[in-house]
Design a protein around this ligand. Sequence first.
Ligand SMILES: [Zn+2]
Length: 399
Amino acid sequence: MSKITEYFIQKIPKTDLHLHLDGSLRLSSLIEMAKSQRLELPSCEESGMNELVFKERYANLGEYLAGFAYTVGVLQTPENLERAAYELAEDSHNEGVRYIEVRFAPQLHVTHATEIGSIVRAVAKGLEKAKKHLNASLSESDLPFEYGIILCAMRRFNRQMSTYYERVLNRSTSSMRYSYALASLALVKEAVKLRDEGLPIVGFDLAGEEAGFPAIHHKAAFQYAHRNFLRKTVHAGEAYGPESIFQAITECYANRIGHGTFLFSKEAIKLKSIKDKAQYIAQLSEYIANQRITIEVCPTSNLQTIPEFKTLRDHPLQQMIDNGLSVSISTDNRLVSHTNVTHELLLCTKHLNLTDSQFRDLVLAGFKRSFFPGPYREKRAYVRRAIDLYDGFAKQHLD
Ligand SMILES: [Zn+2]
């Protein structure tokens, strides 16, 4: 019987590698921002918003995504973006998270008055301010707070999604598929430019509707990221089968996979050319394990969007761990999923059969497989400190 308790989980240094800014606002801030912008919400009370929008269980993906209209709606000014980023760092730090990678699609926050650069700078400013504040009174036994930023391209978009996309589509004379590809390429070029100016942009991601909108359409953008030493993570196998994960790795050079939930699902394979489905999955998952391509698993989010999963026991997480895959536990959306890293890790200990050493791997994978913004030597020293703190605390509480 493991001695891992909620207290233990709160105290150990943790990471959150898959964390969307627009899904992780403080509810009180959302309401306040909406009021000051005269943006109407279904309720101006937290309890009302939780009842109507940010539910404990969602009936379908549409319901899960509905809340983003409000969060993205208020995050249309650099001031609000800076504040949201600051508060996200502070909330994460409060539960013992010491390293976060905040991801968002700046295209959704651009207005007539802003451009991608000013949006990203606002988020970076909020995170940097928080880092300075949080690390100001660092004790000897604590790990400094660090962060990176990941920019997300969208698998698909339409005019209604943002001013930016309206402009892109008004200028475009090509097919939608080509417009998606061009928009992703424009974004990654901007990401590399901003990174080279010194902003802590550590990765490039692909998010949005998976079925019908394959990652291969965005190959040119990911090739650009690859050639410019920007790391890649792709939302894949969240709402589609193993082929989608395969494509993320082989066409988009993914260093990490967001979700990867359907990695082992034979029945989810749709490609006719794959004759031996079991062998395909075995080879794919072995490749992922060998290459240490980390799967960013977000348990609550997956349970909320995949109704077949009644508890975490129905999720392939245990199988991923048993197969030796590198897995890191993340929140996805702290507000939309009513969660934090402590809660996600606690769920793992409650519903899975984890040894202390497997739990340790799950926590430390986030440090080891992070797209840390500094030089590799600094990353090594940072990871070493995280490991030593973890082991020291485990010695006191688990032995
Ligand atoms: Zn996500």
